[in-house]
Write a protein that binds this ligand. Structure first.
Ligand code: PLP
Length: 426
C-alpha cells in the first residue's frame, strides 16, 4: 500500500496524553467548524482549468473524418479522442470505445449485460448462476462494492499489499470457486491506498487459472494520468498480458476524463479484446443511438494530444500537491510520535489512507462529526461497509481549499489522539 509511515512509540504516559487530547478536543468543539472531507471530488479551481471546454467546439461540429457530431451515430466514439487516450489506457484504438460521461456507468452496464446476457466464453447468463461472487481488494472503492451489493453479487475481501492485491490469495480463491466471476482492480494509484500494481501482479492476474470460464478483471484505471510527483509510473499492460497468457477476453478496462476535465461532463472509455468490444457494442446498440460526440469533439480540441493531457494534468498537480503535502505534514506533526497512526504517502490519485488502532476508526469519524468535520464513513473502504478491524479511514483532500484541509487535518489528528488514548487508558 505505497509507503506507510513508521511511527516510534511514545514515552509519555497515555493518561497524560489523554488529558492533553481532551483539552484540544474541547478547543476543537468550541471552534464551531463546518468542514467536509467526504468525497474525492475535484475542487472548483481544478474545474476552472478546463474552463475553455465551455466555449468549445465553437461553431465547429465536424470530426476529423467528416462525421457530423450533431447527429446520431458513431457508436464507438470519435477516433481522434480515442487516439489521445489509447496509450494512457493501454488499449489499441480499435479496441477502445468512448461512450457516455461516466466510467462507473460503464462498469454498471457491463455487470448488467453479463447478468442478463451471455459474455464471450460464458456457459450461461450470470443471472442464471446459483451464486456469483467478486473478489474485492481491501481497502477499496465503495462504489464498486455498492454495485455488487445492488445486484446480489457476493463480495470476498482480499488484502492489498504494496504491489496490488495479494496474488497468492487471489490465485487460490479463483482456482477453487467457479462462482467467482470477477475482481475489482484500480491498478494505478489505487482508491484509496495509492498502490500501483507490480508487473508480477498484473501478469499473475492475467495468467492465473480460474474455475469460472467467464472470469473478468474489472480494470478501473481511473487514475491513469493523475500523478502527484515526477515519477509517473507505468503499470503493465493488462490487455496485452491477458492476450499473451491465452486469456484474451479476461480484462475490461475502464477510464474517464472525469478528473481530467469536468467531473460531471467528461467522457468515459471502455477497452478490451475484440470479442468483448463486439459484445458491449452489440448490447449498447439497443440502449443508445450514439454517444455525445459534441462533448467528445470539444475534448479532442481542448486536450489536442497525449502531451496536451500531460500538460493539463501538471496543472491539476500544482493544485492538488500542496493539499496532499498539508495532510502528510499535518499527520506527521500531530501524530508522528504518538504511535497511534500510520498513513499512506501516495504518488498520485486522490486519496490517503489513515490507519488508526483497531476498533477506533468509527469512533474517530463520530468525534470528528461532533466537531463539525465530515469524514468518509468508517468501513466505506470495505465490502458491505464493514471494516472488520475498524481501523481504516479514507482521506480525500481534493475538494476543500488548502487552509480548510490544514484545519481539517489538525482536527482529525486531535480526534485520533483522543480516541486512541481513551482506548489505551481504558
Ligand atoms: N473509479 C474510481 C476508482 C474512482 O475513484 C471514481 C471516482 O471517484 C470513479 C471510478 C468514477 O469515475 P466516473 O466519474 O468516470 O464514473
Amino acid at each position: 500500500m505505497t509507503t506507510t509511515a513508521q511511527v516510534p512509540a511514545d514515552s509519555v504516559p497515555p493518561a497524560v496524553r489523554l488529558e492533553e487530547a481532551r483539552r484540544d478536543y474541547a478547543d476543537l468543539l468550541g471552534q464551531g467548524l463546518k468542514l467536509d472531507l467526504t468525497r474525492g471530488k475535484p475542487s472548483a479551481r481544478q474545474l476552472d482549468l478546463a474552463a475553455d471546454l465551455l466555449s468549445l467546439p465553437g461553431d465547429r461540429y465536424t470530426a476529423a473524418d467528416g462525421t457530423d457530431c450533431r447527429n446520431y451515430g458513431s457508436p464507438d466514439g470519435l477516433r481522434e479522442l480515442r487516439d489521445i487516450f489509447s496509450g494512457f489506457l493501454q488499449a489499441p484504438v480499435d479496441q477502445l470505445l468512448a461512450v457516455g460521461n461516466s466510467s462507473l456507468e460503464l462498469m454498471h452496464d457491463c455487470l448488467i449485460h453479463a447478468l442478463l446476457g451471455t459474455l464471450p466464453g460464458a456457459e450461461r447468463r450470470w443471472a442464471d448462476e446459483e451464486r456469483i461472487a467478486f473478489l474485492c481488494p481491501v481497502p477499496g472503492y465503495d462504489r464498486h462494492f455498492a454495485l455488487c451489493e445492488r445486484y446480489g453479487i457476493d463480495m470476498i475481501p482480499v488484502p492489498m499489499t504494496d504491489a496490488g492485491p495479494d496474488l497468492g490469495e487471489v490465485e487460490r480463491l479463483v482456482a477453487a470457486d467457479p462462482a467467482i466471476k470477477g475482481i475489482w482492480c484500480v491498478p494505478k494509484y489505487s482508491n484509496p491506498d495509492g498502490t500501483c500494481y507490480s508487473d508480477e501482479v498484473v501478469r499473475g492476474l492475467a495468467s492465473m487459472r480460474t474455475a469460472a470460464p467467464d472470469f473478468r478483471i474489472f480494470w478501473d484505471n481511473a487514475y491513469a494520468v493523475h500523478h502527484l510527483t515526477d515519477e509517473e509510473p507505468e503499470v503493465a499492460d493488462v490487455l496485452a498480458a491477458c492476450a499473451e497468457a491465452g486469456n484474451p477476453d479476461r480484462a475490461f478496462v475502464f477510464g474517464s476524463t472525469s478528473k481530467i476535465t469536468l467531473a460531471g461532463a467528461g467522457v468515459a472509455f471502455f477497452g478490451s479484446s475484440p470479442a468483448n468490444i463486439a459484445w458491449l457494442r452489440g448490447r449498447s446498440a439497443k440502449r443508445s443511438i450514439g454517444p455525445d460526440k459534441i462533448n467528445q469533439l470539444r475534448h479532442a480540441l481542448f486536450l489536442r494530444d497525449a502531451d496536451g493531457v500531460r500538460a493539463h494534468m501538471r496543472k491539476h498537480r500544482a493544485v492538488l500537491r500542496p493539499k496532499f503535502d498539508a495532510v502528510l505534514r499535518g499527520f506527521a506533526e500531530a501524530l508522528g510520535d504518538t504511535g497511534l497512526a500510520t498513513w499512506s504517502t501516495p504518488k498520485g490519485g486522490y486519496f490517503i489512507v489513515l490507519n488508526v488502532p483497531d476498533g477506533c476508526a468509527g469512533e474517530v469519524v463520530r468525534r470528528a462529526k461532533e466537531a463539525g468535520i465530515a469524514l468518509t464513513p468508517a468501513g466505506a473502504t470495505h465490502p458491505y461497509g464493514q471494516d472488520p478491524k475498524d481501523s481504516v479511514i479514507r482521506i480525500s483532500p481534493s475538494y476543500p481549499d488548502l487552509e480548510e484541509v490544514e484545519q481539517i487535518i489538525r482536527g482529525v489528528a486531535t480526534c485520533v489522539r483522543l480516541v486512541g488514548y481513551e482506548k489505551l487508558v481504558a
